[in-house]
Ligand binder design. Structure first.
Ligand code: HEC
Length: 194
């Protein structure tokens, strides 16, 4: 390991700049004094994120199925009826990547969904724009991100008690946003309005 670090430093000294920037990004947030200016990235239209789902579809397609994996993991995972063929199982818990690995991945899917929830331009099912610039919306999304990471950590430890706690934290994180932006007086036409 220390050899790897030494090698890494040597590369940095040798000026493999992009590599070093990537390797040190967690510690070095500001450019070093005297660092050579980075060339401007080429304009790449292909890198503009494209939105394909409404909030409703994102919730039903990604967030809800992943959350159900987490909620199911509050019970003994060995009680899940085995799939006839794990390779094609539509239940992540009984698939090839099943059991605790499926719970880890569900936590990460939920954490990543926070980025999707806050992408500018996403519409809600009633045609209103999701209020992705609002501070409370961003806070709620980050709450789901943190809860998803908590699930991941608990699943890595295969710790049943920790999963029960993490599932509770997750459920609270979902409700915090739903209380404000989903369960609206006047029904669905008012969803996503502050
Ligand atoms: C930042 C806000 C926010 C967070 C966080 C959030 N949701 Fe949602 N959710 C919404 C909104 C808004 C809607 C309604 C979207 C629409 O109608 O387009 C919704 C809709 C849903 C729906 C569909 C309801 C229906 O009418 O069919 C489900 C299921 C759902 N959310 C599950 C979850 C779960 C599970 C979590 C937590 C892991 C979560 N959501 C976290 C805002 C949020």
């Amino acid at each position: 390991m220390s050899n790897v670090r030494t090698l890494f430093r040597l590369w940095c000294v040798a000026g493999v700049a992009s590599w070093c920037a990537a390797g040190s990004s967690a510690v070095a947030q500001a450019p070093a004094a005297g660092a050579a200016p980075k060339p401007a990235p080429p304009a790449a239209a292909a890198s503009v994120p494209k939105i394909n789902a409404t909030m409703l579809q994102l919730m039903r397609g990604i967030v809800y199925p992943a959350s159900n994996v987490v909620f199911a993991a509050q019970d003994d995972l060995s009680k899940q009826p085995a799939a006839a063929d794990p390779a094609t199982s539509p239940n992540p818990l009984t698939s090839t990547y099943g059991g605790w690995v499926a719970v880890e991945n569900a936590g990460l899917a939920i954490a990543e969904s926070a980025t999707l929830i806050t992408m500018p331009g996403r519409l809600c099912s009633n045609g209103k724009r999701a209020p992705v610039q609002r501070a409370d919306w961003i806070r709620f999304a980050n709450g789901v991100r943190a809860a998803g990471v908590g699930v991941y950590e608990a699943a890595k430890k295969k710790d049943q008690d920790a999963i029960v706690d993490a599932a509770g934290t997750l459920s609270d994180a979902c409700s915090m946003c739903h209380d404000v932006y989903r369960e609206k007086k006047g029904g669905e036409k008012n969803r996503c309005l502050p």
